[in-house]
Design a protein around this ligand. Structure first.
Ligand code: HEC
Ligand code: HEC
Length: 293
């Protein structure tokens, strides 16, 4: 066995000194690190010292070493956010002064902005009741069709959103259809007759004799809200009963129930929870969903 000057064994096969470590007869050769590896290692050390000096690095007792460049990602984000908000606030302010749909439609940028903002607000606040696409559910009106209970102009939609319908806001839209059966205003037979009349004017199969008996009852009890011809009245939020679009349903049993018990659906008000600008953006969005007026 040849021995090096450090008193380590020299491997016979390679002629390289071993480290003296041995595991189950396997010995470790004492080869130097490759030069390329060492160069990268030293460059990294030098780089890291430069990095410590220039950039935020070590934690301290009170804060951290900020580095001579005082770089801060957090500040960068703040600056970027402020820029986005400044840009938005211009469009938000513009929205507040808008009075008609045509005005918005003439400004493609503003339209695009309000559609995007309105769409995401709708998903967060309205989709639970009106459906993700505004298609509605029984008792929760579809916002994608041409029928409007309270009106489909930008201003009408805005008013509905601000104050709600039968909500707790003092300026709420309010109109309550009586519970004609429960409150004893009409007998069961009269309710059956007037149901047949509603079936008749909505173009469905009906018992002609009963409908004829129901006609004068309708004229007496119902036209003050639903109009002489049953076409509804947006000022009173009384739905059109002739167009085959139903809020609660057009089956005889559902119509009978509506007349017997009344309904009184509630739409919450948003004036406290959303800003005026958000409400305009939402109104533009809802208006564009279907047949806005
Ligand atoms: C808690 C359920 C609920 C939520 C949430 C809700 N709505 Fe409604 N909404 C209703 C009901 C119920 C009506 C119908 C009230 C009635 O009988 O006239 C209605 C009516 C409306 C109308 C009037 C439709 C017409 O034909 O005139 C509009 C517009 C409307 N909602 C938009 C919205 C928007 C936009 C949001 C989100 C900010 C929203 N709603 C959130 C329940 C809700
Ligand atoms: C005081 C006003 C008023 C009177 C009077 C009134 N209604 Fe209504 N009616 C309403 C309103 C408001 C609604 C909207 C639904 C709600 O209350 O949520 C409605 C809804 C209905 C609906 C449901 C429509 C749908 O789309 O599902 C039917 C059917 C109806 N009324 C029939 C009648 C009949 C028949 C009479 C007479 C016996 C009558 N109403 C009298 C105000 C009135």
């Amino acid at each position: 066995m040849t021995v090096s000057e450090n008193n380590n064994e020299i491997d016979d096969f390679t002629g390289v000194e071993t480290t003296g470590h041995e595991w189950d007869g396997v010995k470790e050769l004492n080869n130097p690190m490759p030069r390329w590896w060492l160069i990268i290692f030293y460059v990294s050390v030098i780089w890291s010292i430069g990095y410590w000096v220039l950039m935020p690095s070590w934690p301290g007792l009170t804060g951290y070493l900020k580095g001579t460049r005082e770089h801060s990602e957090r500040e960068n984000v703040d600056v970027a956010l402020a820029a986005v908000n400044a840009e938005r606030s211009v469009q938000m302010k513009q929205l507040l002064s808008v009075s008609s749909m045509t005005e918005i439609e003439r400004d493609p940028q503003l339209l695009e902005y309000s559609m995007a903002a309105g769409g995401s607000l709708f998903g967060d606040n309205c989709a639970t009741c009106h459906g993700a696409g505004g298609q509605g559910f029984p008792g929760y009106p579809s916002l994608v069709d041409d029928e409007w209970i309270w009106g489909g102009s930008l201003d009408e939609i805005r008013q509905t959103l601000h104050f709600g319908i039968r909500s707790t806001h003092p300026d709420t839209r309010l109109n309550i259809m009586q519970a004609f059966g429960r409150d004893g205003l009409l007998t069961r037979e009269q309710i059956s007759d007037v149901t047949e009349y509603v079936l008749d004017i909505s173009g469905q199969d009906s018992d002609a004799e009963a409908a004829a008996r129901g006609a004068p009852l309708f004229a007496q009890q119902c036209t003050s809200c639903h109009g002489v011809d049953g076409r509804g009245n947006q000022a009173l939020g009384a739905p059109n009963l002739t167009d085959g679009i139903w809020l609660y349903g057009g089956d005889p049993s559902v119509i009978r129930q509506t007349i017997y018990n009344g309904r009184g659906g509630v739409m919450p008000f948003w004036t406290d929870r959303l800003t005026d600008e958000q409400i305009v953006a939402l109104s533009v969005y809802v208006h564009s969903l279907g047949g806005g007026e």
